[in-house]
Design a protein around this ligand. Structure first.
Ligand code: GDP
Ligand code: MG
Length: 164
């Protein structure tokens, strides 16, 4: 079975944009790979010689149980549980938020290797400053990326595929 990479984070940080970028040119949604569940959509991703399935998740919200939020949370947790690695997406233009800290605290207790993608860093110079704010989450190196432009993703994926 192909390794699964989950993309997680709070709402509106750019998870879906990043997934579209990682899945590249293909619109394919994988259903017939052994081990995948029909509860989630998996899209094929490639980097160097590695092939994986990338799974988008709904925005993780821990401090609000209204509407569908607990269900979305359970889905994101289930996606992480079956993943070989995860990308935790945060918003470099907003900086670290209390919601990011809550997710970070939870993520640290999981056994899945994860990579911190500081999204919305279109400018390489600004991206270094924006991403460095996220060291305070205590999750290791923040990678400045832009899901829209694609910059920075290569550096992150180089590291990530060593864990697949
Ligand atoms: P999700 O809720 O985490 O899946 O976030 P979306 O992918 O739906 O994006 C949320 C908003 O952020 C949208 O308005 C996107 O256009 C914007 N966005 C996503 N990626 C980037 C990026 O790399 N740079 C900038 N400037 N905006 C982005
Ligand atoms: Mg989304």
């Amino acid at each position: 079975a192909l390794p699964i990479v989950a993309v997680i984070g709070r709402p509106n940080v750019g998870k879906s944009t990043l997934v579209n970028r990682l899945a590249g040119v293909t619109d394919a949604i994988v259903h017939d790979e052994p081990g995948v569940t029909r509860d989630r959509t998996y899209r094929p991703g490639f980097w160097q010689d590695r092939e994986f399935l990338v799974v988008d998740t709904g925005g993780l919200v821990f401090d609000d149980d209204t509407e569908f939020l607990p269900l979305i949370r359970e889905q994101a947790m289930a996606a992480l549980a079956e993943s070989s690695a995860a990308i935790f997406v945060v918003d470099g233009q907003e900086g670290p938020t209390p919601a990011d800290e809550t997710i970070a605290e939870w993520l640290r207790q999981q056994s899945v290797p994860f990579f911190l993608a500081v999204n919305k860093c279109e400018s390489p110079q600004q991206g270094i400053i924006q991403s460095s704010q996220f060291w305070e989450l205590g999750l290791g190196e923040p990678f400045p990326v832009s899901g829209i432009h694609g910059n920075g993703l290569g550096e992150l994926l180089d590291e990530l595929i060593t864990h697949l």
